[in-house]
Design a protein around this ligand. Structure first.
Ligand code: TRP
Length: 361
């Protein structure tokens, strides 16, 4: 019997507090941890990804923490009709990671698509037996995604992808998962699966660690419509690969409000505050300070300042991106060595899992 009581999301503040402590220890003992993180290959990266997660990953692997970046290509099938661009997007995403500063030279950082790691996927089967339908049904992020995708008939992959995500994290015994707030329910489920697996199958020899979330200190970046998180599918994103004119055009269309005097007030003025936040992230100045400088310059000046600061900030990244994009053989090599490294880990873990479940012959 599964004891459902333990699936507890806890408060955001408590999670943040734990995450801060973890951050301190990571700096002291980077070798003690293993980072697992990832994205769906639904298109290229945007500014929300960059500040929400990618820069955090860059920082972590530069501390010397071994890092696996999973490209969750199967997950795309849960909420999209089309699949013709998946491989292209996997490669494109890899280009974006490398351009943003993910550096594979230390031999401890790997990028791989999970569809190429059979032993990882096989973990899904036992994991599915460790959660209840009711638990899957309550996942707030999945609920939101169902609404956002407009699906009328929901496929079972949609309900179960958080369990698959647990396999993404646990196949290599990942211990630290840098995530945004929306991924916390998935991580809680992963922790629950690890615990239940150990309790049910592993007796006094636990197989899985309970991975911890590492929250990015940068708040959720909203899209240019100011009402929901930045996302390509919601058509409100500044893409890393957009050129400077496209970026200017997009920002011109960003939603603001009718108050000419610019102030930083995320609660009452989410649209304007989000634009100020983006300027802050790309200049290092405080949002309040920027608002004070713009004052009654209105949304026209606000947008002008944002366009300049974003384009300037992204310029070197965009140049690197173009260079790397020209060398697809290199990208294929990066992915193929990522797959080999991931498989090596997954084979070992699956072996232990089978042993724990009394399935080794
Ligand atoms: N669900 C994540 C997203 O939509 C992507 C993802 C898949 C992931 N597997 C993961 C994130 C494992 C962290 C760890 O962004």
């Amino acid at each position: 019997m599964i004891n459902e009581d333990k699936l507890d999301y806890g408060t955001y503040e408590a999670t943040l507090e734990r995450s801060r402590k973890l951050e301190i220890d990571l700096r002291k003992n980077p070798g003690k941890y293993k980072v697992l993180t990832g994205d769906r290959p639904t298109g290229r990266l945007h500014v929300g990804h960059l500040f929400g997660s990618v820069l955090n990953r860059v920082r972590l692997h530069k501390l010397g923490v071994p890092t696996f970046i999973v490209i969750a290509d199967y997950q795309v099938l849960t909420d999209r009709e089309t699949f013709d661009k998946i491989a292209e997007n996997v490669k494109g995403l890899t280009v974006d990671y490398l351009a943003a500063g993910i550096d594979l030279a230390n031999g401890k950082t790997f990028i791989f698509p999970h569809s190429h790691v059979p032993e990882l996927n096989q973990l899904l089967v036992p994991f599915l037996t460790l959660v209840t339908n009711a638990e899957l049904d309550r996942n707030p992020t999945v609920k939101e995604e169902i609404i956002a995708s407009g699906q009328k008939r929901i496929n079972a992959g949609m309900y179960t992808y958080p369990v698959h995500q647990a396999a993404d994290i646990l196949f290599c015994k990942g211990t630290v998962v840098p995530v945004g707030k929306d991924q916390l329910p998935h991580l809680e489920l992963t922790r629950t699966i690890a615990r239940r697996f150990n309790d049910r199958f592993a007796g006094n020899k636990p197989v899985f660690p309970e991975p911890q979330p590492l929250l990015s200190e940068s708040p959720v970046i909203l899209g240019l419509d100011g009402s929901q998180k930045m996302s390509k599918s919601r058509n409100n994103a500044i893409m890393l690969g957009a050129d400077e004119d496209e970026t200017a055009q997009l920002i011109k269309k960003a939603k603001t409000d009718s108050d000419r005097n610019i102030t930083y007030d995320p609660k009452n003025r989410p649209e304007v505050s989000n634009l100020l936040l983006l300027i802050s992230l790309t200049t290092g100045k405080k949002p309040e300070e920027i608002a004070e400088e713009i004052k009654d310059g209105g949304s026209g000046l606000l947008k002008k300042v944002l366009t300049e600061s974003i384009n300037e900030y992204l310029r070197p990244l965009r140049i690197r991106r173009k260079e790397i994009e020209g060398d697809m053989d290199y990208i294929r090599e990066v992915l193929s060595s990522g797959v080999s490294a991931a498989r090596e880990e997954a084979v070992k873990t699956l072996q232990e899992v089978r042993e724990a479940m009394n399935m080794n012959l």
